[in-house]
Write a protein that binds this ligand. Structure first.
Ligand code: SAM
Length: 263
């Protein structure tokens, strides 16, 4: 269950500072573990909702962190109905040293609760943090970076060495800040198509956008028109395109899709 506990007080405080935790804040924590961060939230006067999946840790926490400001729940964060559990109004600050194996599905699930969690300060595997925050042209840039950019602003804050945990993980960690957007940064008629184009574009990373779209069933002539319309060369690869480029392609190919259905 990705149980590497934070034992470095300095890093703990930097995380609390990054989330600007102060008295009266409403904080959600996923995977409180032995309570390293949880105790920090409580010391700063926040009210905390923490969800832990491990029954043994849940029991230890209940005994060690008895506070009227702590709501502890034994459950899988991926299955929890957050709106049913958290009293309105939001937003809640979400702070977590995330179990690495659930980072991506959990992050996108949390973003689905449009703005309920804002901001999110997350400790993730460094490599995942790099991918989430990557810009076009870099090695780490991919479908994940683009999809997250559509929903949120992402900022890399600092790296954390394996020495800050017990037991030590094999990899470095990174603390990132994710602020959900109230409006998407680009305009598209069909969000599903945009996300599909992003996935398709990176389907075979070394192939051109043209070839990847062809493989996904788009017609050559339409792809060519769309690329030209968006000012892109026929040899362009997904890794060179930013979100605005994908939005433009989605706009152009959408018309064709509609034409195809009505014709
Ligand atoms: N927050 C603690 C710390 O910083 O020391 C523990 C972090 S540890 C990396 C991840 C924690 O998430 C563990 O306590 C683990 O039991 C818990 N966990 C793993 N999967 C979970 C899930 N699906 N839902 C809730 N908690 C989970």
């Amino acid at each position: 269950m990705g149980q590497n506990f934070l034992v470095d007080r300095n890093i703990r405080d930097r995380i609390l500072d990054a989330a600007e935790i102060s008295s009266g804040d409403r904080v959600v924590e996923i995977g409180p573990g032995l309570g390293a961060l949880t105790s920090g939230f409580l010391e700063r006067g926040a009210k905390v909702w923490a969800v832990e999946k491990d029954r043994g840790l849940y029991r230890v926490l209940t005994e060690n962190l008895d506070s009227p400001n702590l709501e502890l729940r034994l459950e899988d964060a991926l299955r929890l109905d957050w709106e049913e559990w958290l009293p309105p109004p939001g937003p809640y600050k979400l702070v977590a040293n995330l179990p690495y194996y659930i980072t991506t599905p959990l992050l996108f699930r949390l973003l689905d609760y449009s703005g309920l969690f804002n901001p999110m300060v997350l400790m993730v595997q460094k490599e995942v943090g790099e991918r989430l925050a990557a810009e076009p042209g870099s090695k780490a840039y991919g479908a994940l970076s683009l999809k997250l950019k559509y929903y949120a602003r992402v900022e890399k804050l600092f790296n954390v060495s394996p020495h800050s945990f017990f037991p030590r993980p094999e990899v470095f960690s990174q603390v990132i800040k994710v602020a959900p957007r109230s409006e998407p940064p680009v305009n598209v008629k069909n969000e599903t198509l945009l996300l599909q184009l992003i996935e398709t574009g990176f389907g075979q990373r070394r192939k051109t956008m043209f070839n990847n779209l062809r493989r996904a069933g788009f017609v050559g002539e339409q792809i060519e028109k769309a690329l030209v319309h968006c000012g892109l060369g026929l040899q362009v690869r997904a890794e060179e395109l930013d979100l605005a480029d994908f939005a433009c392609l989605a706009f152009s190919l959408q018309d064709w899709k509609e034409g195809e259905t009505s014709g």
